[in-house]
Every structure is written in structure tokens, then in C-alpha cells.
Write a protein that binds this ligand. Structure first.
Ligand SMILES: Cc1cc2nc3c(=O)[nH]c(=O)nc-3n(C[C@H](O)[C@H](O)[C@H](O)COP(=O)(O)OP(=O)(O)OC[C@H]3O[C@@H](n4cnc5c(N)ncnc54)[C@H](O)[C@@H]3O)c2cc1C
Length: 341
């Protein structure tokens, strides 16, 4: 067999949990790679809600998701992990003679002794709004992912959806937009407090039974036509921006064929070790399920520590399971680096 660059561990998914796993694996001395299908690290925080505040990660009274990701990326890559972006993990094959796995993505083969799956909800795609003109104006006024609130300053904005994302965007956008209109076909499913804030805000609400009928414009979006599905009553709103927030379709896709135990699109793990049923394959974060699981950043990063520590012992059964305190480990690491210079 030809010589490959073999990594101690490969982390699938560069969201907050995968990034923390990358930091911790590097801190524990593992040669680490991190693969993500998106072109940027950060997972859901960057792809879905970069401009929202997070209040329940330790150490930050409140932090914008995109700012949290800045720190998470800096920390995640600080102990030597190699990032491979824009690559989707497709298959995993144990090579018995070599004693390691071949992990194949849509771009390359990677070789690794252990795997830590931090793939969140899998590869996720916003659900598309099916109405005439919507596809045509995608990127020309119609958007599914909000990158920066500044895009909406002084614009007439129409938002579609009734969940947390749609309601939160309406609340965030209206102070800087010229006008904000929220269109939804049913009752709002968002958090009660946000719905109350929405009713107290100047956002124009068209619900229930309102849907987008058509989107019109020339070089850029100019109008959104909305109709009441029961009465047929029609409204034409001037709009330079249409935010579609009707949810995401998530799919573990190729990971489902790896022989892992899957329950409701999540990988079943032993929460004491974060081991999956495959030897040397661990998982952490939103992708896992076990009794009492919470899908939160704080719990996911704790699971990452467990997964990495058990990967360390899987690689070297004589190694300590517990890394000790980072205060000591990192100090020692830095001292060793200085004396090697
Ligand atoms: C609107 C919203 C608000 C939220 N607010 C909070 C909050 O206030 N507090 C909180 O704790 N949590 C919050 N969450 C949940 C939080 O974002 C998740 O718990 C967290 O992102 C999970 O991190 P993760 O790293 O496990 O997965 P993700 O962030 O989903 O990252 C997984 C990564 O894996 C990649 N991936 C998937 N499949 C593959 C593959 N086959 N190959 C390569 N890469 C792959 C994906 O591209 C993605 O980048 C919120 C979620 C949403 C949607």
C-alpha cells in the first residue's frame, strides 16, 4: 500500500462543536483534520443566524453568532487542526491491513485512525418558496440566508414565515428598514415573547392564510404580490428585499449508509464515551441522540471533550482518559514549543 498522510482523528463538521473538538484534539496532541461541506467554518451559526445574539454560552452575557464563530475558529485552529472546506464526507471504509479508515469526500480521499462526527443536522438547505418569479430573483432581492442586517437599511422588506427565524428577522430588520411586512399562512410558531414584541412593533402583519403569489421586478426585485388564500384578496407590496424563512430541510445523507445506528436523523451514541457502534468513530453535538440530549452549543462542546478523550484512549490504551486542566496542558505545550525554537 502507498504511504498516505494519516491523521489521528478527522472531524466531520466545522460548526461550534466540531471546532471545539478540533481545538481539544490538538491540545491532546492528536494530528487533526476538520472537514466541512460549506465554504466557511461556523456551521448553523454562520449559515443560518450570523446576526442573532446568543445568550446561553458560558462566559458571554450575549454574543452575536458571527462573533462567537470568530473566536471558535481562532480557538479551533489554534492547536494545529487542518481545515478542508467545501468537501462533503461521502463514505467511510476501514482498511484492515493498514489499520485505519479511508474517508472519501466528493473531492478527495482522507486517511484517519479515528473519526469524530460533528455534522449537526447534516447538510442543510433552506426550504424553497415556490411562487412565480422567486427563483428568478434569488440573489437579486430574494434571500434565504441573512448575512448582514445592513443589506436591509432603508429598503422595503417582505419576510415570509411564522417560526422563530421569520419573527426574529422581522424584529431585527424593522428598525433600519423603510417598511417591514411579515406574511404567513398560519399562526405564529415563534417564542411567545417574540410574538408579543412583534404585535407591539410597527411590522405590518398579514396572517393567517396569506401567501406569496408572485414576485416581480426588472434587474432587481420591485414588488411582492400576496394573496389571502380563502378570499382571494390581493395586495401588492413594493419590496427591494424578500427574506424567505420557512425552515430548513436537513439530511444526514451519505452518513446514513455507514452502518451507524440512526434514530430520527440523529446518530445514537453512548453518552459516557460518545462512541457510535463503529470502532474508533465518535460523534458529538446536534448530530447525536441519547436519553436526555439537549441540542445546544454548551452541551455539544462538553460532548466534544468526552469524544476526544475517548478517541485518545482508543488510539493509545495506555494514555490518560482525562487531559487534566488546560491551564497546565497549554502552558506545558507553550514551554515545549519555546524550548524547541
Ligand atoms: C435560529 C437558531 C438559533 C439558535 N440559537 C441557539 C442559542 O441561542 N443557543 C444555543 O446553544 N444553540 C442555539 N441554536 C442551536 C445551535 O446552533 C446548535 O446546537 C449548534 O449549531 C450545533 O453545533 P454542531 O457543531 O453540532 O452542528 P452545526 O452547527 O449544524 O454544524 C455542523 C456542520 O457539519 C457540516 N456537515 C454536515 N454534514 C456533513 C458532511 N457529510 N460532510 C462535511 N460536512 C458536513 C455542516 O455543513 C455544518 O457546517 C440555534 C439554532 C438555530 C437554527
Amino acid at each position: 500500500m502507498t504511504q498516505h498522510d494519516v491523521f489521528d482523528t478527522t472531524i466531520i463538521g466545522g460548526g461550534p462543536v466540531g471546532l471545539f473538538a478540533a481545538f481539544y484534539a490538538g491540545m491532546r496532541g492528536l494530528k487533526t483534520k476538520i472537514i466541512d461541506s460549506l465554504p466557511e467554518l461556523g456551521g448553523q451559526l454562520i449559515a443560518v443566524y450570523p446576526e442573532k445574539y446568543i445568550y446561553d454560552v458560558a462566559g458571554f452575557p450575549k454574543v452575536l453568532a458571527k462573533d462567537y464563530v470568530k473566536g471558535a475558529v481562532e480557538q479551533g485552529l489554534s492547536t494545529g487542526a487542518v481545515p478542508c472546506l467545501g468537501e462533503t464526507a461521502q463514505s467511510l471504509e476501514w482498511l484492515p491491513e493498514a489499520g485505519y479508515y479511508r474517508l472519501t469526500t466528493d473531492k478527495a480521499d482522507h486517511y484517519t485512525r479515528t473519526v469524530i462526527i460533528c455534522a449537526g443536522v447534516g447538510s442543510f438547505e433552506p426550504k424553497r418558496l415556490e411562487a412565480p418569479g422567486v427563483r428568478e430573483f434569488e440573489g437579486r432581492g430574494v434571500t434565504y440566508l441573512v448575512r448582514s442586517l445592513e443589506e436591509f437599511r432603508d429598503k422595503d422588506v417582505v419576510i415570509v414565515g411564522g417560526g422563530d427565524s421569520a419573527v426574529d428577522w422581522a424584529l431585527a430588520v424593522h428598525p433600519l428598514a423603510r417598511s417591514t411586512t411579515l406574511v404567513h399562512r398560519s399562526k405564529f410558531r415563534a417564542h411567545e415573547r417574540s410574538v408579543q414584541q412583534l404585535h407591539d412593533s410597527p411590522v405590518a402583519l398579514y396572517y393567517p392564510f396569506y401567501e406569496v403569489k408572485e414576485v416581480r421586478g426588472n434587474a432587481w426585485l420591485e414588488e411582492v404580490v400576496v394573496h389571502q388564500t380563502r378570499t382571494g384578496e390581493e395586495h401588492v407590496f413594493p419590496a427591494q428585499a424578500l427574506i424567505v424563512a420557512i425552515g430548513f430541510a436537513a439530511d444526514l445523507g451519505p452518513l446514513k449508509t455507514w452502518g451507524l445506528t440512526i434514530e430520527r436523523n440523529s446518530i445514537v451514541v453512548d453518552p459516557r464515551t460518545m462512541a457510535t457502534g463503529l470502532p474508533g468513530v465518535f460523534a458529538a453535538g446536534d448530530v447525536v441522540t441519547y436519553p436526555g440530549k439537549f441540542k445546544l452549543i454548551a452541551t455539544g462542546v462538553a460532548e466534544a471533550i468526552t469524544a476526544v478523550n475517548h478517541a485518545v484512549v482508543h488510539l493509545d490504551p495506555s494514555a490518560r482518559l482525562d487531559a487534566g486542566h488546560s491551564t497546565n496542558v497549554m502552558e506545558k505545550r507553550e514551554r515545549t514549543a519555546v524550548s524547541a525554537d
